[in-house]
Design a protein around this ligand. Structure first.
Ligand code: CA
Length: 227
């Protein structure tokens, strides 16, 4: 799942974590001291580094600063002591998360996945693509076959909500709650009117839908046109 570099001098802990992370599908490289660990981080470009703070050659904060000088790789630090000032110092020095020993490989794996999710989201393109439709929530822009759609804010929100759930039928009640923020009221008619405007802007009709499919008595679904 991820390429992990484990920098840990205790052979028992190192062995147990390598085993546990490998069992959970990660590819693990390891180093028993800071300097070979830094070298491996530069050469092997791991997805994430697990760094023990109590290493024989350099203290953890120094290692972290050196690592940050050459790489933006996510780092989870492992500390033996529940030492608040040290934890604060390493988080300030650029660590993404920390674990206090003893911890299990399962706990570490959960942290690894959480950190990668978080750091991955920051760089990933958030745009939703359904067929020729592209909806970018960050820029609040939508296009169809490369042509920008001129949508009102409500139409944009409606389109994004549906496109993010493409292939699923979404009820009008859910749309009123999530898009209109009207959990206890609001008429289905409101949704119908906006859907018909959206349809027109997408160049289709209820009789001959391409993207927006009404599912009678249930709601509406976006899906890419077939063929
Ligand atoms: Ca240690």
């Amino acid at each position: 799942m991820a390429q992990v570099l484990l920098i840990e001098d205790d052979p028992a802990i190192r062995g147990a974590l390598i085993r546990g992370l490998t069992e959970r599908g990660h590819a693990v490289d390891s180093a028993a001291a800071a300097l070979p660990g830094l070298e491996s981080a530069v050469t092997n470009r791991p997805d994430l580094v697990v760094l023990d703070l109590g290493l024989p050659d350099l203290d953890g904060t120094t290692v972290l600063r050196m690592l940050r000088g050459v790489s933006a790789v996510p780092v989870i630090v492992a500390t033996a002591r529940d030492d608040e000032s040290e934890i604060v110092a390493v988080l300030d020095a650029g660590a993404d998360d920390y674990l206090v020993k003893p911890f299990s490989a399962a706990q570490l794996d959960a942290r690894i996945r959480a950190v990668l999710r978080r750091t991955g989201d920051a760089v990933a393109d958030p745009a939703v693509v359904v067929g020729g439709l592209r909806v970018d929530p960050r820029a609040r822009e939508a296009s169809l076959d490369g042509v920008a759609l001129d949508l009102t804010p409500r139409e944009f929100s409606l389109l994004h909500y549906l496109a993010a759930r493409s292939g699923q039928v979404v009820s009008k009640r859910e749309l009123l709650t999530e898009v209109w923020q009207l959990p206890y009221g609001g008429a289905d008619k409101t949704v119908d009117v906006h859907l018909s405007w959206l349809r027109r802007k997408l160049g289709e009709t209820a009789q001959e839908p391409r993207y927006l499919h009404a599912v009678r008595g249930v709601g509406v679904r976006i899906s890419a046109p077939q063929g």
